[in-house]
Ligand binder design. Structure first.
Ligand SMILES: Nc1ncnc2c1ncn2[C@@H]1O[C@H](COP(=O)(O)OP(=O)(O)OP(=O)(O)O)[C@@H](O)[C@H]1O
Length: 313
């Protein structure tokens, strides 16, 4: 659905050149929710602007909805919906008037039906006649999401979709994103919210000018340290130790008098077998605790490694 091959963007301002995005290669499947993480200035927005045909790449190639960037930009634009950091709505116009204006711009058929559908889904139908200038930030954000969907695009680019929203609105928007994924749409989210990326995204890409890592949230967590499980036992015997060490998904064993801390490949998948094996070996299990690395820890470590790497280059 979205494919980039060595995509780069160099900006030249006042004779100074700056490589904002360096040789980005990625592939995002249809129906995938992809999270794009990276610090301020990492190149996320620049990437999205290239993929949305708002700016031309300096090098590389890209395809969106099967159409190549550059020669088929019109087709790409009609296949995507965009939520930018600044919603750009008209303050004096009502919600309906704003959406009607944009619906005509996109050439939407059945304008009223589409407006009613999305205002209702996002909980704004009651406020439809109010001027957008009187809307809260959360309401404006939801209206901008509605606008991005009026023409039923199969691909959505969402820049900080829940940024600055209260917890209730965050929940509405997240549930809505899940619903859109359920409809088979491809969703590309730029966010600084690691917890959000963790909950919503099938895969996460971490960008720092270059793509540092791309993986599932679970894969990212495992990539640095693996996942640890601590099992507290009445006692640790040689038989128990031998049994645990024979399991192919156990990567490391740390032993204490009454506990084992084990590095497990995929805890939710492997823990049942681990517990069965322990019981077979005669273990009296008292507690099992899973220690997963937080995505935040992984994120900071990967960025630190990337910075270290670029200093050595
Ligand atoms: N039009 C432009 N002209 C010159 N430099 C630009 C332009 N747009 C972006 N840049 C530079 O490119 C780099 C990447 O910016 P970009 O906005 O893509 O980062 P970002 O990851 O989206 O950051 P943020 O999280 O702060 O939104 C920055 O150094 C920025 O100053």
């Amino acid at each position: 659905m979205i494919h980039a091959e060595g995509l780069s963007k160099q900006f030249i301002t006042k004779g100074q050149s700056r490589l904002a995005v360096d040789s980005l290669t990625l592939h995002i499947e249809q129906g995938e929710v992809f999270g794009f993480l990276g610090p301020n200035g990492a190149g996320k927005t620049t990437t999205v602007r290239m993929l949305c045909t708002l700016i031309a790449p300096s090098a590389g190639q890209g395809w969106v909805a099967g159409y190549p960037l550059g020669s088929q930009n019109e087709r790409i634009r009609s296949s995507i919906g965009i939520l930018t950091e600044t919603p750009g709505l008209y303050a004096k116009l009502s919600a309906v008037e704003n959406l009607t204006f944009f619906a005509r711009l996109y050439g939407v058929q059945e304008v009223s039906k589409q407006i009613e559908k999305y205002l209702s889904l996002l909980g704004l139908w009651e406020k439809r006649q109010q001027p957008v200038g009187s809307f809260s930030k959360g309401m404006r954000q939801k209206l901008a999401i509605a606008r991005a969907l009026l023409h039923e695009p199969p691909i959505l680019f969402l820049d900080e979709p829940t940024g600055g929203l209260d917890p209730e609105s965050v929940k509405v928007v997240r549930q809505f994103i899940q619903q859109l994924r359920g409809e088979g749409r491809t969703i590309f989210i730029c966010t600084h919210n690691l917890d959000e990326a963790d909950r919503l995204c099938d895969r996460i890409g971490i960008l720092q000018q270059r793509l540092i890592r791309i993986d599932t949230p679970a894969g990212l967590r495992q990539s640095l340290y693996g996942n640890s499980v601590t099992v507290r036992l009445a006692s640790v015997t040689d038989k128990i130790l031998a049994q645990v060490r024979s399991l192919p998904f156990i990567h490391a064993v740390q032993q204490a008098e009454q506990s084992l801390t084990l590095q497990v490949e995929d805890p939710p998948q492997n823990n049942p077998e681990l517990i069965r094996a322990l019981v077979t070996a005669g273990a009296d299990i008292q507690f099992v605790e899973e220690h997963q690395q937080s995505l935040e820890t992984v994120y900071f470590n990967l960025l630190a490694q990337a910075r270290e790497g670029s200093r050595e280059d």
